[in-house]
Design a protein around this ligand. Structure first.
Ligand code: SF4
Length: 428
């Protein structure tokens, strides 16, 4: 078991429903704290204070790798064992640490208290702590909380919980305003490219969640139309629905097809003819297709097996099948959100074997029996599979690498090609 991952066991049930294998058994996943690794880079004046154990601290430190910032934007408050009487002290300690941190770091404008799964932390009411600390530190610093706990979550749900915690903080959108909100952390370079494209298409009232600065939180209301940039944001979507915003169904902007479909959905919603998207994106599409050409010749016919991990599996499967001619053996995802994945599911090759949830041993057996050329899976499974001679790709890398949009389509393909090339070199 990899540090920071948990293996769960319940009734081991496997059910086939239509083409989908549904499993509820032992699962191998990373926890939501992992999301801090990309979120702290995205919201530049935010700080993530994990309230957790030494394991949580190790996970964050090793997942984040070498710190490149003069001042880190995350830390762990390590909580030892306490009885109930000790919880009052714990709140005092937390307040003291937060006060010290904020006094030393006036650059922090948004502080997240991030819950974790050790029992001592679960006993602590972090939402009340966040409220209490917000009262003290507002208006300079807003204090929010969310859970990065590994219980019943996948590692991308940390971002979902973080963004969902921001939604109640969003101001109300003026009654007569109409805005497009892009939801999901994108690399800054991708965000810039998307802004330019929206602008060229003729949609200029576009906002992004999360914002790059805490003070730039978009307004939200019935005039908001929101598009998901990531497929793992169910709670955030629900919170936006509750604020009156409306979801714009679309594929995810991964690969040429997905990106074009995503921008066309935005254009339709704003009354702009789809042909405008074709015109604006023509050169970019041609460039991306050309860049993908060499990967297609390398990857065509290669058989790929997705284990459920990041929730990006379905859009990625659609991309590798449609644009790289790879053959899908099984596409596993932790949760199959049919509404958000509708366009993706329609674009998968007919009879694609989907699976939702996991019974890890059974799934490993299926993977071994199928003899895939490459397996996409979490870190916990990658090493054992590599030891068996099966080539793997860590699904977490697909979160750390910019893969959205036309300019990044080839980079996304490279992530699948590289491990196969390395394997080939080792065999030769
Ligand atoms: S939140 Fe839970 S699963 Fe994640 S590192 Fe901490 S103890 Fe481990």
């Amino acid at each position: 078991m990899t540090q920071g991952s948990i293996v769960r066991q319940d009734d081991g049930a496997t059910a086939r429903s239509g083409e989908v294998i549904r499993e509820r058994g032992q699962r191998e996943v990373f926890c939501g704290l992992t999301g801090i690794v990309w979120l702290h880079r995205k919201i530049q004046d935010a700080f993530f204070l994990v309230v957790g154990s030494r394991t949580c601290a190790h996970l964050i430190q090793s997942a984040a790798g070498v710190m490149i910032f003069a001042e880190p934007r995350f830390a762990t408050a390590i909580i030892g064992e306490r009885d109930l009487a000790g919880l009052a002290d714990l709140n005092d300690e937390l307040d003291r640490e937060v006060n010290k941190l904020l006094a030393r770091r006036p650059d922090i404008k948004l502080l997240f208290l991030v819950g974790s799964c050790p029992s001592e932390v679960i006993k602590l009411d972090l939402s009340r702590a966040a409220e209490r600390l917000s009262t003290i530190h507002m208006p300079d610093v807003r204090v929010l909380n969310f859970s990065g706990s590994g219980i019943e979550t996948t590692f991308t749900q940390g971002e979902d919980a973080c963004l969902a915690s921001l939604v109640p903080e969003m101001p109300a959108l003026a009654d007569d305003a109409r805005e497009l909100l892009v939801v999901g952390a994108l690399a800054d370079i991708v965000e810039d490219q998307f802004r330019t494209l929206f602008d060229e298409i003729g949609i200029d009232n576009v906002r992004f969640l999360p914002p790059q600065k805490a003070g730039d939180l978009a307004a939200v209301g019935p005039g908001t139309r929101y598009m998901l940039a990531q497929p793992f944001l169910g709670d955030t979507a629900r919170a936006l629905d509750e604020r009156g915003a409306e979801y714009v169904p679309a594929p995810f902007p991964i690969g040429v097809h997905g990106t074009t479909g995503w921008f066309k959905a935005a254009a339709r919603e704003f009354g702009i003819d789809e042909s405008k998207v074709d015109t604006v994106t023509e050169t970019r599409r041609a460039r991306a297709r050309l860049a993908l050409e060499r990967y297609r010749s390398e990857l065509a016919g290669k058989r790929i097996f997705f284990f459920p991990d990041s929730q990006l599996e379905v859009p990625l499967a659609r991309f590798v099948a449609a644009e790289l001619d790879m053959e899908l053996i099984e596409v596993g995802t932790p949760y199959l959100h049919r509404q958000h994945l509708e366009a993706e599911l329609e674009a998968l090759p007919p009879a694609t074997q989907l699976s939702e949830g996991q019974d890890v041993e059974k799934q490993l057996d299926r993977a071994r029996a199928a003899g895939p050329d490459i397996v996409v899976c979490g870190l916990g499974l990658a090493n054992p599979l590599e030891a068996e001679g099966i080539t793997t790709k860590w699904s977490i890398e697909l979160l750390f690498t910019p893969i959205h949009g036309y300019e990044q389509a080839a980079d996304c393909a490279e992530l699948f090609a590289r491990p196969l090339r390395r394997k080939q070199r080792l065999v030769i």
